[in-house]
Ligand binder design. Structure first.
Ligand SMILES: [Zn+2]
Ligand SMILES: [Zn+2]
Length: 408
């Protein structure tokens, strides 16, 4: 067992100050790759606490390098928080509501940043571990792929973490409960755009043209049969056509029809199958009707897949910090997360930290539930202490446990 590190007290002046930082970040939300103020604040605090910082990976990314009092083992560990906000108008009117119209911390990344800062401050004061912690503050999780960019720009070459961990606050369950499991926990997310090139005609003389609209209808139906007939019933996957655009008049057969939508899977194997079958269906349906087809399929985020050993390690630490009765199985969700790119590069795990039913919100919150991406959402500050204590304990136990992976 490692020496038991003193946990952070929820009513300490340190946590009060971190809550202030969290609310300050909430009031000044910045979109992906524009997190200049937030990154300055993070870097300033880490520096203040004696943690050297590296800046510029992924444009606004910040990596703090926190060395233990002993640093003879060569052991390393990465902890990651995201910093970006969403393009959303906040409906809350409490004091720390967004000062920027059309921008809002509606996903709680302000809170994830605060949790990692609280852990960093405590670890900087209690360095009785043998190893180096990389504190990874990443930009642009919300669709920008900041995690991917940091990895591509050499995150794990410059900061060779044996493993990497992340968490997301998760509305609904009782505040402070944590869900973590091995295997897929969030889906891959891809987009497609299919242009059916037909031949315009008078709608009363359709035999003189090639009508792309019935071709599109056939295609949408056939895509659903990929889900029901081509994939294994136990594999989860979604194909949703969410946009169909064609035509401008009731008496004209349009020249073309454009279908767009999203695909979600928990494995790359199923994603490969979906892409291959959708392309076949699109091209052959068009060929059958003498039309031509452009098929574009863009893979955004891969599935987020927790590694077995790291998920179990985090689960065990969470049982010690939060109590076994508060540690739950992680039910996979079809949303996507760019921590997936870090988990493709390094072993690690990603957990959901439950944030409760929204009763924590100050007076002046808008209508609606406290759901992620909702305009009346606010991060639950009560999660900062348990979240930070989880990271602190994880660090101490990680370096006390035998090494499993060589650093990259
Ligand atoms: Zn989000
Ligand atoms: Zn998020």
């Amino acid at each position: 067992m490692p020496s038991l590190v003193e946990p952070i007290a929820a009513d300490s002046p340190e946590i009060a100050a971190i809550v202030g930082i969290r609310r300050d970040i909430h009031a000044h939300p910045e979109l992906g790759f524009e997190e200049v103020r937030t990154a300055d604040l993070v870097a300033q605090k880490l520096t203040e606490w004696g943690i050297p910082v590296h800046r510029g990976l992924g444009r606004t990314g910040v990596v703090g390098v926190l060395r233990g009092a002993r640093d003879s083992s060569g052991r390393t560990l990465g902890l990651r928080a995201d910093m970006d906000a969403l393009p959303l108008q906040e409906s809350n009117t409490f004091a720390h509501a967004s000062r920027h119209p059309g921008r809002m911390h509606a996903c709680g990344h302000d809170g994830h940043t605060a949790i990692l800062l609280a852990a960093a401050q405590h670890l900087a004061r209690h360095r009785d571990f043998d190893g180096t912690v990389y504190l990874i503050f990443q930009p642009a999780e919300e669709g920008g792929g900041g995690g991917r960019v940091m990895v591509e720009e050499g995150l794990f070459e410059q900061f060779p973490a044996e493993a990497v961990f992340g968490l997301h606050n998760w509305p609904g369950l009782r505040a402070g409960q944590l869900a973590v499991s091995a295997g897929p926990v969030m889906a891959s997310s891809s987009e497609f755009r299919i242009t059916i090139h037909g031949k315009g005609a008078h709608a009363a003389l359709p035999h003189l043209g090639i009508d792309p609209v019935p071709i599109a209808c056939q295609m949408v139906q056939a895509f659903q049969s990929i889900v029901s007939r081509n994939k294994k019933p136990l594999d989860a996957g979604v194909i949703s056509v969410t946009m169909i655009h064609a035509g401008d008049a009731t008496n004209i057969v349009p020249d073309q029809c454009v279908l767009e939508g999203t695909v979600r899977t928990f494995s790359l194997k199923l994603l490969d199958l979906f892409e291959r079958r959708m392309r076949q269906v699109a091209e052959h349906t068009c060929a059958a009707f003498d039309a031509r087809c452009d098929f574009v399929f863009e893979r955004n985020y891969p599935p987020t897949i927790n590694h077995a050993h790291e998920a179990e390690f985090l689960r065990r630490v969470a049982c010690e910090v939060l109590g076994a009765e508060n540690v739950l199985e992680q039910e996979p969700v079809m949303a996507a997360e760019d921590f997936s790119f870090m988990l493709q590069a390094r072993p690690g795990a990603y957990a959901f930290l439950a944030s409760g039913d929204g009763a924590h919100r100050d007076a002046g919150h808008g209508m609606g539930p406290c759901m992620l991406h909702n305009p009346s959402y606010d991060f639950n500050d009560a999660l900062i202490t348990p979240g930070a204590n989880l990271w602190v304990r994880l660090v101490h136990e990680w370096f006390a446990a035998p090494r499993r992976h060589a650093a990259p």
